[in-house]
Design a protein around this ligand. Structure first.
Ligand code: SER
Length: 322
């Protein structure tokens, strides 16, 4: 198969960093970035960029044929908090884009598909600690409903049509190059920017809200790892539990204070608290670790150190200009 990759949603939080990493592995010209808007993070990265609406199957097909694409990473989605404001839009975007890509694979236009699911598939009735791969799944957000429905569609296309689709349930993803938009776990990114810029942060979740999280480096690593894994090692065609670290806003603030002692945090929970309360606190991802050798690298302290070092370095040239 040709090794050309198409990223749909390359201007988003994960899509941008994933594109950069894939380009460093497979070569710039072999990784086609696409989105409905230009990407900030990819501005200085040479390599093809196409404006594509991920819900438009014909538009995707055109790009697939133009570049002889064999693998698609579908990262376009509306996340949990925005999804609660625009339930129908979230459903339409998340489902139409997935079915478009699955159909392209069914029709043999592409050979392999990556599509992310989320811890949002779990709901208030799910066991909160060490949540197993197979358990009660009764999501309470539209985002969660779209993700669990998508998981079953992936499995269906695999079983009925032999589509090679692979998926992981991302926890909250923490990054510093690109900000997320519209998620419940976004506080864990915002907090770093505010700590550097203002020295304080008002958190929209309560101080003791524990959630599963992961540093972007690990998320990108897992995504590429599952796509490169031998077909026979993928035993789950819905989506794999994936886990790295877990913490509360208070614990993260304390970690930041080790580097910025004057950093202050206050709490003002909003509608996102209810969403967070419905999700697990820790995840059992032993199946991913056994099937395709997944392991994470970053813990809360190495992640915090890395983010603060990078954000401070980014800020320094600006300060020198003043
Ligand atoms: N980060 C996502 C959200 O908060 C969860 O997958 O919506």
């Amino acid at each position: 198969m040709s090794d050309t990759i198409l990223i749909l949603g390359a201007s988003g939080q994960i899509g941008g960093e994933l594109t950069l990493k894939l380009r460093s592995i497979y070569g710039k010209e072999n990784v086609i970035a696409s989105d409905i808007r230009e990407s900030e993070i990819l501005q200085n990265s040479e390599g093809p960029f196409e404006i594509v609406d991920a819900t438009d199957k014909e538009a995707i097909l055109k790009v697939v044929q133009k570049h002889r694409v064999s693998q698609v990473y579908l990262l376009a989605a509306m996340l949990s908090a925005t999804g609660e404001k625009y339930p129908r839009k979230a459903w339409d975007l998340n489902m139409t884009s997935l079915l478009a890509v699955l159909d392209l694979a069914k029709e043999n236009h592409v050979e392999r598909v990556f599509w992310p699911s989320s811890i949002a598939v779990f709901g208030p009735t799910t066991p909160k600690e060490n949540t197993p791969q197979r358990t009660i799944i009764e999501p309470s957000t539209v985002y969660g409903i779209s993700k669990i429905s998508g998981e079953f569609w992936c499995n269906y296309y695999h079983e009925k049509y032999g589509v090679d689709v692979r998926s992981i349930r991302y926890p909250g993803i923490i990054s510093w190059k690109t900000k997320p938009g519209g998620g419940t776990t976004d506080y864990a990114v915002d907090i770093f920017f505010k700590a550097i810029e203002e020295g304080s942060y008002e958190c929209f979740l309560k101080e003791d809200t524990r959630l599963p999280m992961m540093y972007m480096e690990d998320a990108v690593k897992a995504t590429i790892q599952i796509m490169e894994a031998d077909k026979n090692s993928i035993t789950t065609r819905t989506s794999y539990n994936l886990s790295a670290i877990d913490f509360t806003p208070k614990e993260l603030a304390e970690e930041i204070q080790k580097h910025i002692p004057e950093f202050a945090i206050t709490y003002k929970p909003d509608f996102r608290q209810e969403i967070a309360d419905s999700w697990p606190q820790t995840i059992d991802d032993s199946q991913a670790r056994a099937d395709w050798d997944w392991s994470h690298q970053y813990d809360i302290s190495s992640m915090t150190k890395d983010i603060i070092r990078n954000l401070q370095a980014q800020k320094r040239p600006e300060m020198e200009l003043l």
